[in-house]
Write a protein that binds this ligand. Structure first.
Ligand code: FES
Ligand SMILES: [Fe+2]
Length: 440
């Protein structure tokens, strides 16, 4: 590879109109800079409030490569703390989630309250009394924490745009997800699914709004689903999965007409390509759908409920670490491990006041789009690995992202819309944000 040491001047040269230098995907020095300048400063999604609902509950995750604890103290206040003992540095909490009276370090037994305060040090006389009375040995707090409609974010930078300014119009995707839940109540449920791939973290964030790839990458599962008889009658999960796999084979004009929108800071969402055309054409309403609609009407009234159900959004990307499907209640958190290794953790949400059948369908849907054994997801992961391999070769220095370039349309609400649904506008938006973070 041409050597491009990551000075700000070099970084600025990596992103050009309609193309990006491959160093952004394969250079470990650039990855280190990304961890410092992007993941070390941007708002990162951590978890949903339902995952730390009870006093004494905690959730562990990473911000870039930094382990952190999200905790709810006994008074109900939320804290985000670096997961690092202030004695000699051991990681404190290792369970992904749980409840605790205190965090007790495995090494020498220092104990911390859920708000991070150092509570107890064994054999304090060795220090001439309890050390850290001035708070200097309390757990270190992540500087900024904010939530939007139950979704918890934090930033390791003391200063920067507020969460609401930074989200901007992409906040409406969270609104879509929450408003769709009767009573506005959502909870993470059904466990967690986790997978890893051999590729750069940006590949998955780019792929989720890439509407050009399904008919190629997912051709085999589309064909298998088309071959499958409609008369399978499983417990319902099979039908959900077959329907989704067939839907990926939608004709080109469907994808072109979808719509794709971007915001400042690299966020984006795409229109939805799912249709229940056959039932709609017969003027029928599925009984579960009817029960759901009625529950939603109780919360919002008939007119607003119709409006909410009429929103057609599929994937929303909150750059750099979150991708979610508001209508299908799927959420994916991207965790970069190294320049060519990425972990993706996926969650399903349940609407406790909606028909239980909808949650079962969500789990079936999760298994076909996010499960490690999915016929669909595995195609994408193989593709990311092939991209990573190809980019490491001498076969060219530039990644082409010019599809739809010049055709981006200004929308009144501060968003840009791609010329067609298959525009690569979201890649250009992501790299504009990337460049902004990387060249401070
Ligand atoms: S490293 Fe935590 S108590 Fe010593
Ligand atoms: Fe895909």
């Amino acid at each position: 590879m041409d050597s491009l040491p990551p000075s700000p001047g070099d970084i600025a040269r990596l992103v050009q109109p309609g193309r990006v230098h491959r160093a952004a995907y394969i250079d470990p020095a650039i990855f280190d800079l990304e961890m410092r300048l992007i993941f070390g400063r941007a708002w990162l999604y951590l978890c949903h409030e339902s995952q730390v609902a009870e006093p004494g509950s905690f959730f562990t995750t990473v911000m870039g490569r930094e382990p952190v604890i999200v905790s709810r103290d006994r008074g109900g206040a939320l804290h985000v703390l670096f997961n690092r003992c202030t004695h000699r540095g051991a990681k404190l909490a290792t369970d992904e989630t749980g409840t605790a009276k205190r965090f007790v370090c495995c090494y020498h037994g220092w104990a911390f309250e859920l708000d991070g305060k150092l509570a107890e040090v064994p054999l304090p006389e060795g220090y001439g009394g309890m050390p850290g009375a001035d708070g200097s040995l309390d757990l270190v707090r992540v500087p900024r924490v904010a939530t939007y409609r139950g979704f918890i974010f934090a930033s390791r930078a003391k200063e920067g745009p507020s969460l609401s300014d930074w989200l901007g119009p992409i906040a409406s995707s969270f609104d879509d997800m929450v408003d769709r839940a009767p009573g506005g109540v959502l909870e993470v449920a059904g466990g967690v699914s986790r997978h890893a791939y051999d590729g750069n973290w940006k590949l998955v964030i780019e792929n989720h709004n890439d509407t050009l790839h399904p008919r190629f990458v997912h051709a085999s599962s589309v064909a298998a689903a088309r071959d499958q008889s409609d008369a399978v009658h499983s417990d319902g999960a099979g039908e959900v999965q077959i329907k989704q796999m067939r839907q990926n084979g939608a004709p080109a004009h469907v994808w072109e007409a979808l719509g794709i929108w971007t915001t400042e800071w690299g966020h984006s969402f795409m229109g939805d390509y799912h249709t229940d055309a056959r039932m709609a054409a017969r003027g029928e309403e599925d009984p579960v759908e009817r029960e759901y609609r009625e529950a939603l009407e109780k919360t919002h009234g008939a007119e607003r409920a119709r409006e909410i159900m009429g929103v057609t959004r599929f994937n929303s990307i909150v750059y750099p670490n979150l991708s979610f499907m508001s209508r299908f209640r799927q959420l994916r958190v991207v965790q970069p491990v190294s320049v060519n290794r990425t972990v993706v953790v996926t969650y399903t949400f349940r609407m406790p006041l909606a028909p239980e059948r909808m949650f079962r369908d969500s789990i079936a849907f999760a298994n076909v789009v996010n499960g490690a054994g999915s016929l669909v997801l595995t195609d994408d992961l193989e593709t990311y690995a092939r991209v990573q391999d190809g980019l490491a070769s001498q076969g060219g220095d530039w990644v082409d992202v010019q599809r739809g370039l010049g055709g981006d349309q200004d929308e009144a609400n501060g968003m840009l819309r791609g010329q067609t649904g298959t525009s690569e506008i979201h890649l250009r938006a992501q790299f504009a944000a990337w460049q902004r973070w990387m060249t401070p």
